[in-house]
Design a protein around this ligand. Structure first.
Ligand SMILES: C[S@@+](CC[C@H](N)C(=O)[O-])C[C@H]1O[C@@H](n2cnc3c(N)ncnc32)[C@H](O)[C@@H]1O
Length: 299
C-alpha cells in the first residue's frame, strides 16, 4: 500500500490572517487588473494543491475513524466551498485568459510557433506532411488557426470551454492509443497546475512516450518555478529532462520576467537508463533556503 502523507498543516488554508475565507472572482463589472487576476490564480493553486493532499490522505486505509480524518474532512469541505464560491475551475480559466493578455501579451502558442519557425518549420516539411499537435490545457479552440495548412491540433482540458475542446485529463489518456502519435505536445502552464509532484513527473514521462521519435515537447512554466523554488533550479530541471531523454533545443526566459518556455526534442527512449540516473529526481532536496515556493517535479 503506498504511504499517504498526513495533512500536517495546523492552520487550514481556508483560515487566512485578518480575512474571511473566500476570494472573490472579479466579475464582469469587477476588477480584472493584473494584480486581481493573479490573486485569484494564486489562491486557486493553493486550494487545489491542498485539496489533492487531503483527498489523498482520506483515501488511506487507516484513517476512517481517526481524529485527523475528521479534521481533514472538515478542511476539505471548507476548501471545496471556497473553490465553489470562487466560481470553480471555470473562473480560474477565465482569469487565466485575462492573465494571458495582461502578463504575456497573448498566449504561449506564439512562442511555440516562433521556436518552430526558428527550426525551419513548416518550410522544411515534406509536401503534404501534416503535424499532429496535442494542446493540453487549451483555453481556446483555435489557438493554432493560422497553421491549419500543416497542423492538425487536438485541444484538451480538464474543463472544456468550447465544444471543439475535448474534456479530458491528460493523465488519464490511453497510453497505448497515444504511443508515438504526436509531433508536438504543448504543456503550457499545465505542469505547475498539477498538484502532485509525482504526477508532474508522470506527465512529462507520458508525453515522452506519446511523442513520435525526434519530435517536440513545448513546456511553459511561471518563472518562479525555476528561479524561486526551494527544490528546482534551471540546472535541476535540465538534468531531469535529460534523464527523461529530452534534449533542449530552444529556451526563452529572462531575469525579472514572468514566464519560462522550452522546446525539447524527444531523443532515445529512457528505458535502458540505470536507476541511479533517476535517483536525484525521486526525492525532494532543498537547494535554496528562505522565503521560497515549494514547486517540485518528482520521477
Ligand atoms: C493556467 S491554464 C493554462 C492555459 C493555457 N495553456 C496557457 O498557457 O495560458 C491551465 C489549464 O490546464 C488545464 N489542465 C491542468 N491539468 C490538466 C490535465 N491533467 N489535463 C488536461 N488539462 C489540464 C486546466 O484545466 C487549465 O485550464
Amino acid at each position: 500500500m503506498p504511504k499517504t502523507r498526513k495533512p500536517k498543516r495546523k492552520v487550514p488554508v481556508t483560515v487566512r490572517k485578518g480575512k474571511r475565507s473566500g476570494t472573490r472572482t472579479p466579475g464582469p463589472s469587477g476588477s480584472s487588473k493584473p494584480a486581481a487576476t493573479r490573486k485569484v490564480i494564486r489562491r486557486f493553486h493553493i486550494l487545489h494543491k491542498r485539496q489533492a493532499q487531503l483527498q489523498k490522505f482520506l483515501e488511506g486505509d487507516s484513517v476512517e475513524l481517526s481524529r485527523q480524518a475528521k479534521d481533514a474532512r472538515e478542511e476539505l469541505q471548507a476548501i471545496e466551498q471556497e473553490i465553489s464560491d470562487m466560481g470553480g475551475l471555470e473562473a480560474y480559466q477565465k482569469m487565466s485568459v485575462i492573465g494571458q493578455g495582461n502578463d504575456r501579451g497573448g498566449g504561449s502558442e506564439k512562442v511555440l510557433l516562433e521556436f518552430l519557425e526558428e527550426l525551419g518549420y513548416p518550410k522544411d516539411l515534406n509536401e503534404g506532411q501534416r503535424w499532429r499537435v496535442l494542446e493540453v490545457g487549451a483555453l481556446k479552440p483555435d489557438n493554432y488557426a493560422s497553421c491549419s495548412s500543416w497542423m492538425d491540433v487536438t485541444p484538451i482540458d480538464l474543463h472544456s470551454r468550447h465544444p471543439d475542446i475535448s474534456e479530458q485529463d491528460f493523465l488519464q489518456l490511453d497510453e497505448e492509443e497515444n504511443k508515438e502519435k504526436w509531433d508536438v505536445i504543448s504543456l503550457s502552464l499545465v505542469v505547475n497546475f498539477v498538484p502532485e509532484p509525482k504526477d508532474r513527473g508522470r506527465m512529462l514521462q507520458m508525453a515522452h512516450a506519446m511523442l513520435r521519435p525526434n519530435q517536440y515537447l513545448f513546456l511553459a512554466l511561471p518563472l518562479p518555478c525555476i528561479l524561486n523554488s526551494r527544490y528546482v533550479t534551471p540546472e535541476h530541471l535540465q538534468g531531469l529532462m535529460t534523464t527523461l531523454s529530452y534534449t533542449e533545443v530552444k529556451k526563452r526566459w529572462k531575469e525579472g520576467g514572468k514566464m519560462a518556455y522550452w522546446l525539447y526534442q524527444k531523443t532515445e527512449s529512457d528505458k535502458d537508463k540505470p536507476d541511479s540516473e533517476f535517483a536525484p529526481y525521486r526525492k525532494k532536496a532543498v537547494v535554496r533556503s528562505g522565503n521560497r515556493n515549494n514547486f517540485s517535479i518528482l520521477l
